[in-house]
Ligand binder design. Structure first.
Ligand SMILES: [Fe+2]
Ligand SMILES: [Fe+2]
Length: 133
């Protein structure tokens, strides 16, 4: 198995399905950009918040497509995605306020994202790898 280098994706969160890892890395890069941005601009403009939400939605569709094409039951994972979108959407909404603690909110999204990868995406990746053999 080739070892790929990602700019922001920690090794313990790599699932070794390149399409998923690349998108996770993009999301971490985007969140890192958010942190830098929030030191200079507050609140974060709606278009930037929408862009993060859009990346997440598109990433969740990728995982659903991969699972469906390998005939893997995705229902529990899909529920987790929906809950995460709700949480992220609420958090992004709080970022619109001038006196919100942006850094904590961004850390909160990163935390949710990491926990999700560990609880759901690693399992999906194992099933995808098993179904490919
Ligand atoms: Fe994911
Ligand atoms: Fe997922």
């Amino acid at each position: 198995m080739s070892v790929r280098q990602y700019s922001m994706l920690p090794q313990n969160l790599q699932v070794n399905i390149p399409e998923i890892d690349v998108e996770h890395d993009e999301l971490f890069v985007f969140l890192e950009g958010f942190k830098e941005y929030c030191f200079e601009h507050s609140p974060i403009p709606q278009e930037k918040r929408n862009a993060l939400y859009g990346l997440l939605v598109s990433h969740f569709k990728t995982e659903e497509r991969l699972a469906t094409s390998a005939s893997i039951d995705f229902s529990g994972h899909e529920d987790a995605h929906e809950k995460m979108l709700e949480t992220v959407s609420q958090t992004l909404g709080q970022m619109a306020s001038n006196n919100s603690d942006l850094y904590s909110l961004i850390r909160y999204i990163s935390y949710w994202f990491e926990i999700h990868i560990l609880r759901y995406d690693l399992t999906l990746a194992k099933c995808l790898s098993a179904s490919a053999h």
